[in-house]
Design a binder for this molecule. Structure first.
Ligand code: SF4
Length: 335
């Protein structure tokens, strides 16, 4: 792994939402860091806290009802938690950019795509209109859109092309950190692969530190270097792509893989994880995963697991790896 200071380092981040049903603990004490040119996959089911994490990193949690209750977010070595709104405006888009799931939420239907990319460049690079448009056209070509289409409006583009435009806008200002929230989910599967490959090439070429938020392990295998598996607002397993794909240790990670189709054995049964993500206003006691875990013991409902390091940067939160807990993961990994 490339060493050096991480572009982004999150420590003990906690986010809550106050709702009429009670306090939702959306993100509970997560930490991770990302270095230049690396891509971290934040993986989990809907409601795991992935998007809330991303919004917190952009300091875009709507307050009220949301609040970051503690933690630090260090961007290029500086904690941005104390930044004013004005200071944040200066770095959003320029130092840290975000790509949303639905391209139409990011594109303005009444302006041409060229004008929208050029505007992002003009704001952050202080160029005149002509120079910004020239750069916009060159970025469009880098993401595989012919430059002459700069004069067209978003509705004249297909879903895949629109998402390329959004990626072009995000990359236009060469951010050091890029957060992509399910960027290809709204696209056809064939287009997904093309857009992912292009995205990965461009972010590697510009040495960007990227967070890829997804529920899709196929996307992770395609573009990620490190993987954080999230459940009920916590990272329950973290490691390199190889650690997670070849040596996963957490029962929830095992469940995610067991619920994927096996292309080599089409008769193999898919085994979905039983139950649903818990209600975040009433998280289960102890290990939040215990009502769904096939290895759960009485202790799992009473004691919250802490981080246990498996090897180097690979860690899990499961009592099965805490020596004094006496929780056996009998038959773990058997298909
Ligand atoms: Fe399952 Fe217990 Fe491990 Fe939680 S701590 S994942 S319930 S074995």
């Amino acid at each position: 792994m490339e060493q050096g200071y991480p572009e982004l380092r999150i420590e003990d981040l906690n986010v809550v939402y106050d709702t009429e049903y009670g306090c939702v603990r959306a993100v509970n004490g997560i930490d991770f860091s990302i270095r230049k040119g690396r891509t971290l996959g934040l993986v989990g089911e809907t409601g795991a806290g992935k998007t809330t994490t991303a919004l917190a990193l952009m300091r875009l949690i709507p307050d009220p009802p949301g609040r970051v209750t503690s933690g630090s977010i260090e961007l290029l070595g500086t904690d941005i938690m104390s930044y004013s709104e004005r200071e944040m405006d200066a770095i959003r888009g320029k130092v840290v950019s975000m790509i949303f799931q639905d391209p139409m939420t990011s594109l303005n239907p009444v302006f041409t795509v060229g004008a929208q990319i050029a505007e992002a460049i003009r704001i952050h690079k202080n160029l005149d209109a002509k120079a910004a448009m020239d750069e916009a056209i060159s970025i469009m070509e880098r993401v595989g859109i012919p430059g002459e289409r700069a004069k067209e409006y978003p509705h004249q583009f297909s879903g895949g092309m629109k998402q390329r435009v959004v990626i072009a806008i995000a990359l236009a200002c060469t951010p050091q950190v890029l957060i992509a929230d399910e960027p290809t989910t709204a696209l056809d599967v064939t287009i997904q692969a093309q857009v992912l490959m292009m995205f990965s090439e461009l972010s590697k070429a510009s040495n960007t530190a990227t967070i890829m938020i997804t529920h899709d392990l196929g996307v992770v295998a395609e573009v990620c270097d490190e993987v954080a598996i999230m459940y009920a607002g916590e990272i329950v397993e973290y490691g390199s792509l190889e650690d997670i794909f070849d040596h996963y240790r957490h029962p929830y990670t095992e469940g995610l893989f067991a619920s994927l189709p096996n292309l080599n054995d089409r008769n193999a049964r898919l085994v979905p994880i039983k139950g649903l993500m818990p209600d975040p206003t009433a998280l289960p006691s102890g290990c939040h995963f215990h009502p769904r875990c096939k290895y759960a013991t009485k202790l799992c409902a009473e004691r919250a697991p802490v981080k246990t390091v498996i090897e180097q940067e690979h860690y899990v939160r499961c009592l099965g790896y805490e020596e004094d807990a006496g929780v056996a993961l009998e038959g773990f990994g058997n298909k």
